[in-house]
Ligand binder design. Sequence first.
Ligand code: LMR
Length: 394
Amino acid sequence: MFDQLKPQPADKILALMAAFRADPRDQKIDLGVGVYKDAEGRTPVMRAVKAAEQKLWQVEDTKSYTGLAGDAGFHSALSQLVLGDTVSADQIACAATPGGTGAIRQGLELIRMAAPEARIWLSAPTWPNHPSIIKYLGMPMAEYRYFDDATRGVDFNGMLTDLDKAKPGDVVLLHGCCHNPTGANLTYAQWQEVADFLRAKQLIPFVDIAYQGFGDGLEADAFGPRHLAKTQPEMLIAASCSKNFGVYRERAGLLMCVSQDAAKTALNQATVAFLNRQNYSFPPDHGARLVTMVLQDDLLRADWQTELEGIRNGMLSLRQQLADALRKRINSDRFDFLAQHRGMFSRLGATEAQVEQMRESHGIYMVSDSRLNIAGLNADSVPILADAIVEAGV
Ligand code: LMR
């Protein structure tokens, strides 16, 4: 049997992570995988998460299974963080999942079960694991234009023109905020227009929100999913706690099925619990429980928000520093988009050869499509990157 296995395509982000680790140079700069790093290059356990972990160690008196769909406290705490009060709890079916990827996978499986003909529309470009999972599941997919290479902003007309070709019942995968890999995001007015469009065309939104709090703040970053939850008959949301709670390896995520018709929730809930059972039975609980404890405790929550704001503002400052450094070097505003983009990533606009050159000459690692992780920078590496970008002729 094993003779029949064929090598699978490498995930370019994870391959880059391995290449960075293997590079013996001291001066190397990791702008690859989407993991937050402080100015010293560490990915710290957030203070409130550490405090919750200490408390949990004292009070947790069993490691027995949670519910099949995870803990109800986690469902309500995280769905409240994402959706606020836009819909009532009885309109949301939830399943805790292993990270945001688990939520995407379970959401896709639900779509395949309910509507096998539905095409999944992906932004061009998108996180490479989106098409990879969809292809693996054998589901039909299509692309809509999203990023305008010339302006380095959203190609909104292109997006709606392409989505106009979708058929009623098709699913549109949208990044809730902090678009990965481009950093270019919809404005509030565009979200409203997208919502009207989806509703009129009977398309179903599937929102992937993995960076809430990294863009314009926790509330502002939730505008899109909240507006959709208010206006669409039904939608799916995959939320990740990896980045905004820094619990990457704990694998804490949540799939939400939102319906205007609360009578649908019981079946939706039973379905997502069934899907959990088929794939891994019970979802991991440790990270989800820490997140719940932080969100339910006023002091921990306030401290978490303060730390998250610090992270967000740090990234905004690095964006500005890099844009300023480039402006100074080339005497042009060509890279000002870096300060306007939001979240962890921006797509720089370098060719693969230029990305390669920056890696060879300066040990700067970014994804081959020139996505760079802003959080991998610090005050010392900004000028090094700016010099390398100019030297490579980007
Ligand atoms: C990324 O885009 O770098 C992150 O979401 C990590 C991953 O799993 O790809």
